[in-house]
Write a protein that binds this ligand. Structure first.
Ligand code: GLA
Length: 387
């Protein structure tokens, strides 16, 4: 029997196939890449710290075929729009979604590798704006495909992740770290990965919860804040690191921070305080998981939430409410996940508490905000691949 997810993926593939045949005739090659969760280690990647992500069973899939020209024609099933663009810098498409693909092509070319014109149809089931990195999934899917179709897979996997990251920086205006693209490219079924974002060394951690489940609660709110608050957080961290004369906050502790307290703004102090705490929490969680000490894992998750809410200030009312509900329901650990400003909480729940938690959260959230949150059980899956 197929799981709901497999059914959904089959239907998606079928739809892509039909659209491809109708629009371009014949068929191409299928590629996929995944969204991600992150157990802990938020806003640490661009500070040279640790992250602990895994790819999930929510994917972007694309059917792609070289078309023998120097132009790309891409159809998005979900948005029902086509974009057509060339491969030179001045050919950037107007649609934001297409800039992710154009950016990937440009970043591959800038690195001295090849991309030629292609036709493509893609679709996805990574919820948008939920903090599950649909954009990294899209970037990794196309980066993987460009490597496979035109470059004999000569580009190594780290470079594929960097191609996605540079796309965000240079074509989408987000100065993100490497976590999302890394997770999307390197993801492996049933494994989380602890990545040291300074050395780029990483380890796969077989992820098996004994008597617990991980579940995402998607608030379905996305607060678009002016002035790119993500980039501002990053600038705060960089200012503090510069003041300390170090490259990143990876090399700072609370004593260092307190030494320069009077020389930095209160806001920058709070941002750095959060990051310094979060670095350690990732390591604590890895150790605790190895001991099967879920209580400590959960405690650290709540601490991360508090830090992201009060110090880093990337939470919002709805997510704080979801966190409170989790506490009320006896959930072991809960926190906002991803960049913030909306999206999901990630929750570590004892098997016995799972059903009551899910029903209470749906009911109470609905009563307060007038819509149901979405519930996604976490299934750790493979990252970028050819299907
Ligand atoms: C976004 C970014 C990542 C990371 C997270 C926060 O998802 O793309 O690089 O900084 O936010 O941990």
């Amino acid at each position: 029997m197929k799981t709901e997810q497999q059914e959904c993926s089959c239907a998606m593939e079928q739809k892509i196939k039909e659209e491809f045949a109708t629009r371009f005739g014949g068929e191409g090659t299928f590629y996929a890449s995944a969204g991600r969760i992150n157990l802990i280690g938020e806003h640490t990647d661009y500070n040279g710290g640790f992250v602990f992500p895994g790819a999930i069973d929510k994917v972007i899939e694309a059917e792609i075929r070289p078309n023998g020209t120097d132009r790309c024609r891409v159809y998005s099933v979900d948005i029902n729009e086509t974009a057509e663009f060339g491969l030179a810098e001045e050919d950037a498409p107007a649609q934001q979604w297409a800039r992710y693909i154009f950016g990937v092509c440009r970043e591959v070319i800038k690195r001295g590798f090849e991309v030629k014109g292609f036709d493509a149809v893609f679709a996805g089931n990574v919820p948008l704006g939920a903090g599950l990195s649909s954009s990294a999934a899209l970037e990794s899917c196309f980066a993987f495909a460009m490597n496979d179709l035109y470059n004999d897979n000569k580009i190594d996997k780290f470079e594929l992740a960097r191609i996605g990251q540079s796309t965000e920086h240079n074509y989408c205006g987000v100065n993100c770290g490497i976590m999302d693209q890394f997770a999307s490219v390197f993801g492996k079924k049933d494994c989380l990965m602890r990545l040291d974002c300074r050395s780029m060394e990483f380890e796969y951690f077989p992820f098996k919860l004994d008597g617990y489940k991980l579940v995402l609660v998607d608030s379905r709110v996305k607060h678009e804040l002016v002035d790119s608050p993500y980039n501002k957080r990053r600038q705060s961290c960089e200012r503090v690191a510069a003041k300390l004369g170090i490259e990143t906050l990876r090399d700072a502790d609370m004593d260092d921070l307190d030494r320069i307290k009077d020389e930095i703004s209160e806001e920058d102090y709070k941002r750095a305080e959060y990051v310094i705490g979060e670095k350690q929490r990732v390591l604590d969680v890895c150790d605790a998981l190895e001991r099967g000490d879920y209580a400590t894992v959960g405690e650290r998750m709540y601490q991360t939430h508090a830090g992201m809410s009060k110090l880093y200030e990337v939470s919002c009312e709805e997510l704080d409410y979801l966190n409170d509900l989790a506490k009320e329901c006896g959930v072991t650990g809960s926190r906002i996940m991803g960049g913030g400003f909306g999206g999901c909480t990630i929750n570590l729940v004892k098997d016995d508490f799972y059903d009551p938690f899910v029903s209470v959260v749906i009911k109470k959230f609905h009563e307060k905000y007038g819509h149901d949150p979405k519930i996604y059980p976490v299934i750790i899956s493979d990252g970028a691949r050819r299907l």
